[in-house]
Design a protein around this ligand. Structure first.
Ligand code: AMP
Ligand code: MG
Length: 417
């Protein structure tokens, strides 16, 4: 599958900033460009493949916003109360008869406004006299408590634009238009490998020097949340030729290949060399912590991202490199993550020139504002640090230190995917 142009360049020099790297990847990734029609409910979380314009106005007709009495604006009481004969009754879903001047109509929320009326008095604000007339007070504005046709969405307005990642409220709009299906981009197919002789698959026998492979399952779960179709390609051993062959084979079946582990400079890190053998390396060193080495390459036109092996580094680089790549492959409107400003309750020092992510929990300070507490340990291998915190504090390249009270940007785990 050819999603990438072939004019790649190897990058082995200085570290590349996260933004530069993501821009390079985004520029080279071509959207999969195929769509499918799905039932409304199945469209949640998918990427809309074409604009959806309103085939009718919302609301479709002028209706009452409250339970009460409808009258003509020309008859509104000016100085003090005025009695109106009640000329009829219209409930939601019923059709309304025209109303003569000087009359009121009993009306309920959602019922169509009878012709000859344009204003509704709330039932709480009126009285009924002994003769059965409704007594309406002065002071109400013409058009009060009425929802005009199209006040929500005008006919023809593009309410849902192509590239939108659909949420439950978007599905509601499509349903309000009377649609039963939506055209969405077909799921991006991603093949996931773990690499490392020390890994045993959960369920398989584990030798003394092995640990169970956790990254593959984390990454596959993250990909699912992004709406991908995930291919579990198992564990590759630390052996370059076999690795290159496996990458080449996967390139034929997937839109994107993801690996974890083996991207550092160690003698037993074979992913970079494996990419170079199977295809070409586009970039490799990225100024992000935890993370650092992240490889991006192309194998027979299919993009490949090699994430680091340490679980936290793998998680963080997924969010900042894989997520934008998957969105670009699906033709989604770019959705940069927006850190929420919170107050730091911790001190931290960092090198300038690289972006860092600090695992943190939020708590409510005495004055009611949110403050971030740093996880006490920093190891990139600590899975506990990801489950015992609420999200990541983003520290920009230029920052060199944080002191308690500083404003910092917080990205909650729930918003990352
Ligand atoms: P590497 O990037 O291959 O040097 O691995 C760095 C660290 O991450 C090592 O301690 C590995 O054992 C660990 N690691 C690598 N891959 C995985 C994985 N799939 N699941 C859990 N830990 C891993
Ligand atoms: Mg390894």
């Amino acid at each position: 599958m050819a999603q990438l142009s072939d004019d790649c360049f190897a990058f082995g020099g200085p570290m590349m900033s996260v933004d530069e790297a993501v821009a390079i990847i985004a520029a080279r990734v071509r959207p999969v460009g195929e769509s499918e029609t799905v039932a409304l409910l199945d469209a949640d979380g998918r990427i809309l493949a074409g604009d959806v314009a309103a085939p009718l106005p919302l609301p479709p007709f002028m209706n009452s916003a409250v339970d009460g009495y409808a009258v003509s604006g020309a008859d509104l009481p000016q100085n003090g109360d005025r009695a109106f004969p009640v000329a009829g009754r219209v409930q939601a879903g019923a059709s309304a008869q025209p109303v003569a001047p000087g009359h009121a109509v009993r009306i309920f929320t959602g019922a169509p406004m009878p012709s000859g009326t344009d204003t509704v008095f709330m039932q709480e604000d009126v009285r009924i006299d002994d003769a059965g007339n409704v007594i309406l007070p002065s002071g109400l504005k013409l058009g009060a408590n009425v929802r005009p046709a199209g006040e929500d969405i005008a006919r023809g307005h593009v309410a849902l634009a192509s590239g939108r990642r659909l949420r439950p409220q978007d599905v509601a709009v499509a349903a309000a238009f009377g649609l039963t299906t939506l055209d969405v981009v077909r799921r991006v197919r991603v093949g996931v490998f773990s690499t490392g002789d020390e890994l045993a698959a959960p369920g398989a026998a584990r030798s003394e020097a092995q640990l169970f492979d956790s990254n593959r399952f984390m990454l596959m779960a993250m990909l699912r949340r992004l709406g991908c179709e995930v291919g579990d390609l198992g564990i590759l051993r630390d052996e370059q030729a076999a690795l290159a062959a496996a990458l080449k084979q996967a390139a034929r079946r997937y839109d994107l290949i993801l690996t974890t582990g083996g991207v550092s400079t160690g003698e037993e890190d074979h992913v970079k060399a494996g990419i170079e053998q199977a295809g070409s390396l586009v970039l490799w060193r990225m100024a992000i912590k935890p993370g650092r080495p992240v490889a991006m390459g192309i194998v027979d036109g299919t993009p490949l991202i090699g994430l680091p092996g340490n679980p936290v580094a793998s998680f963080v680089t997924f969010v900042h490199v894989v997520r934008p790549t998957v969105l670009a492959l699906s033709g989604a409107t770019p959705a940069p993550l927006q850190p929420m400003p919170v107050r730091s309750a911790f001190s931290y020092k960092k090198k300038s020139g690289r972006r860092e992510y600090v695992r943190a929990s939020l708590r409510r300070a005495a004055d009611g504002s949110l403050e971030a507490i740093k996880f006490p340990r920093e190891g990139a291998g600590l899975l506990s640090s990801l489950i015992e915190t609420d999200g990541l504090i983003e520290l920009a390249e230029a920052v060199v230190q944080v002191v308690p009270g500083d404003a910092v940007g917080f990205l909650g785990y729930a918003e990352l995917l």
